[in-house]
Ligand binder design. Structure first.
Ligand code: EPU
Length: 342
């Protein structure tokens, strides 16, 4: 049975973006079922409008009002749908909070997501930018997802290969941007569970506590502690997590930069390239704790830009450009923003 669509006009988006930026949605529809997404596609007016899908708004910089039809994803539900010899498969509604889902899985003895605790945003947004932290990326725990095609209204299921995941990127940021709505995500949690502890800060916790074989709950607690110590809580200080991606360079470029800045933090990648720590570079340019207007660089982690209260999207973008220029001037590297800028 169809519930009528509740079409809102002129809705403030300030409560729906973690940076707390002012912006209005020309049109906004909250969806809590897949059928409602299809209703939008078949709607005489909304069907033709450009669409913008809003999850937790934690990876979003709003510099203007949104003229597209905003689809606010509120589909809920969490379920263990299959127990295989080598994995548990859980199915989650796209509108569920990511962190609550990590916690729910642990509470139901379904470990495997603990390294990605406290990442803000919704489950439906996780595949879009292939979230990751402390040695695990979303794609490492992904089985498949359901999405509604915004042209045809048909439901499609996409596999890992089809999603084209890479570092903070997927098909949903490129080819399918604004063209499909993720409604359900299936996660694959490998059995037996094995801890992922290679990351420096986790190893530091192991040494400090003397716990050499942490369980999933222990890793979850450590990750929460590490993140709380250096990342601002969006409920208190508006932010969108890491503002820039860590740039990936060739071995030759990396050697060149090390020649000039021997201290630069860099990580070798499996394909022979190197990932440079953008936070370190921004810090080295003296930006930590600095502000332009009401937008600032967080004083405990230079990769995070914050709203000191009442900042506009334009101020955030001005600050971001100034940082990009100084990093380019000193290192010859162009930093690419991680959040979507509208
Ligand atoms: N660093 C500095 N100064 C700073 C910030 C960082 O010198 O102000 C140095 C650190 O000491 C460290 C290196 O830079 O040696 C890297 O920093 P960190 O380990 O904190 O990680 P990151 O590269 O800043 C990435 C992800 C985070 C994720 C962490 C942990 C990106 C863009 N960011 O941050 O993800 O939580 O690793 O895995 O890949 C996010 O994407 O929003 C996010 C928070």
């Amino acid at each position: 049975m169809h519930q009528p669509l509740d079409v809102e006009r002129g809705t403030s988006l300030r409560p729906y973006n973690t940076f707390g930026l002012p912006s209005q949605a020309h049109t906004l529809v909250r969806v809590s079922t897949e059928a409602q997404v299809r209703q939008i596609v078949n709607h005489p007016e909304l069907g033709h409008a450009r669409k913008f899908i809003l999850g937790g708004g934690s990876n979003l910089i709003l510099t203007q009002d949104v003229m597209a039809c905003v689809i606010k994803m509120e589909i809920k539900g969490r379920e263990l749908i299959e127990t295989r010899d080598d994995a548990w498969i859980v199915e989650i509604g796209a509108g569920e909070s990511w962190h609550d889902t990590v916690q729910w899985c642990l509470d139901h003895d379904l470990p495997g997501l603990e390294n990605m605790a406290l990442i803000p945003g919704t489950v439906g947004a996780a595949p879009v930018q292939n979230i990751g932290a402390y040695g695990i990326e979303f794609k490492d725990r992904f089985e498949s997802l359901d999405a509604v095609d915004l042209i045809t209204g048909r439901m499609v299921t996409l596999t890992r290969e089809q999603c084209r995941f890479s570092y903070r990127d997927s098909i949903f940021k490129n080819l399918l941007a604004g063209k499909s709505v993720i409604t359900k995500v299936r996660l694959r949690l490998p059995r037996p569970w094995q801890p992922v502890t290679g990351y420096l800060e986790i190893e530091r916790k192991m040494n400090e506590t003397g716990i050499a074989a942490p369980d999933a709950r222990q890793i979850f607690n450590w990750v929460c502690e590490i993140r709380r110590a250096k990342l601002p809580d969006p409920a208190q200080i508006g932010n969108a997590g890491s503002f820039f991606k860590n740039p990936v360079v060739t071995e030759e470029q990396c050697r060149d930069i090390i020649g000039r800045d021997p201290e630069i933090v860099h990580y070798p990648m499996a394909d022979g390239t190197y990932k440079l720590a953008a936070g370190w570079m921004i810090d080295a340019c003296g930006w930590k704790g600095k502000s332009i207007g009401r937008a600032g660089v967080y004083d405990k982690q230079a990769l995070v830009l914050v709203n000191h209260g009442g900042a506009s999207g334009a101020e955030v973008v001005t600050l971001a450009r100034a940082i990009q220029e100084s990093v380019y001037g000193r290192f010859g590297i162009r930093l690419e923003p991680e959040p979507v800028v509208i």
